[in-house]
Design a protein around this ligand. Structure first.
Ligand SMILES: Cc1cc2nc3c(=O)[nH]c(=O)nc-3n(C[C@H](O)[C@H](O)[C@H](O)COP(=O)(O)OP(=O)(O)OC[C@H]3O[C@@H](n4cnc5c(N)ncnc54)[C@H](O)[C@@H]3O)c2cc1C
Length: 347
């Protein structure tokens, strides 16, 4: 495909890609797969756009997306880019390619960039879709929970283009292996007077839900955001990644990308510890690959207790302080051991 052939008569889909190290974020790759899954059966081209601030993204991760072309905007500025600059690059790409739909992963960054770009393009935005369909006429049917999850709403934008949506982590099908996308270089638009990002810190491997050896998952049984924050500190003390049920993500107690389950991430740790998670089918769809499950719930009839290798019937409100004290004691013993007898560092 040449650059000329991008000037299309038939519009397609455009995906905003987030870089991570030398590659792309997992959620970006999966969002690209979602878009390819929608566009390819209808013969629509599916392209990507990214803002390059460091080294060029590696060819293997671009090829993994299954996209036809990727517009790579070069940031003229040193240091990490702002969401404003990313939104400007996305807006320019949308103006150039005139896609019928634009998709972004519902990551923290995607949730910042999407409304900025939607405002610049003067279109609406459906946030955090859990399912998408594309009609042969190009109408994007955007499904997302409404009224606290009691209802799944289907939202369409009959007139405004492009249709824009952020997509929650799911488990889209990987497209068949194809050639690498055409990479087209573009100069990022000049912007001024906006926020400056001083640094971005990547997650530690222990905090990467999909790769972590130990995952601590929290459910509605924790009862409050504060308890989830405490569980987060507990997870850090255990060297575990923190995740949770959709009910917790919907309360806003955990970011959506930490949701485990059918419409969230799929985890496969050596040990999964759940606190106040009932064990719905949808949660277990993302948790079933854990090698061992230790579940805590106060209701002996909670389904998760029947599935657990170790089941503990207990109130998490009482258990949390005991676990915190245990971690604290372990850390003190470990640092005393490191200091050696008499408080001197061990040789
Ligand atoms: C299309 C669709 C997709 C979905 N996708 C997902 C998904 O990806 N992930 C997901 O998790 N859900 C998903 N759900 C929602 C799912 O059906 C459940 O509603 C959700 O998993 C429940 O979360 P929970 O276990 O935290 O809450 P609850 O089911 O309310 O369970 C809370 C548990 O905490 C226990 N508890 C309460 N207080 C305490 C206490 N003090 N101490 C100890 N235990 C206590 C209770 O006994 C109960 O077992 C989806 C639903 C639909 C329709």
């Amino acid at each position: 495909m040449s650059e000329q052939s991008l000037m299309r008569t038939r519009p397609g889909l455009l995906v905003f890609l987030e870089t991570e190290g030398a590659g792309l974020s997992r959620l970006s790759v999966e969002t690209a797969w979602t878009a390819v899954g929608l566009g390819a059966p209808l013969g629509r081209p599916v392209d990507g756009v990214l803002l390059q601030t460091g080294p060029a993204p590696d060819a293997a991760s671009l090829a993994e997306t299954g996209l036809s072309a990727v517009l790579v905007y070069q940031s003229g500025r040193p240091g990490p880019a702002t969401s404003g600059l990313m939104a400007a690059a996305l807006t320019e790409a949308a103006a150039e390619l005139r896609p019928e739909a634009v998709l972004l992963g519902a990551s923290e960054l995607g949730r910042e960039v999407a409304p900025l770009a939607a405002a610049a393009l003067q279109v609406g935005l459906t946030a955090e879709c859990s399912a998408l369909n594309l009609s042969p006429e190009g109408l994007l049917i955007q499904t997302r929970p409404a009224f606290g999850g009691d209802l799944m709403a289907e939202i369409v934008s009959p007139a405004a283009r492009p249709q824009m949506a952020t997509v929650r982590a799911g488990r889209p099908r990987r497209p068949p292996k194809g050639g690498p996308p055409l990479v087209l270089s573009r100069q990022a638009p000049a912007l001024g007077g906006e926020l400056k990002v001083l640094a971005r810190e990547p997650l530690s491997p222990a905090d990467d839900l999909e790769k972590a050896a130990v995952v601590l998952a929290v459910g509605l049984g924790l009862g409050s955001r504060e308890a989830v924050l405490r569980a987060g500190r507990l997870a850090a003390g255990l060297g575990a990644a923190l995740g949770g049920s959709r009910a917790v993500a919907e309360q806003g107690w955990l970011p959506p990308e930490r949701q485990i389950g059918l419409s969230g991430r799929s985890v496969a740790p050596d040990l999964l510890i759940t606190l106040g998670v009932s064990g719905s089918l949808q949660f277990m769809a993302g948790a079933g690959r854990a090698r061992r499950l230790l579940a805590v719930d106060r209701d002996p009839r909670a389904p998760i207790l029947a599935m657990a290798h170790t089941a503990l019937i207990a109130d998490v409100q009482e258990l949390l302080p005991a676990l915190e004290a245990l971690i604290e004691r372990r850390h003190s013993e470990a640092s005393a051991g490191a200091r050696g007898p008499g408080g001197r560092p061990a040789a």
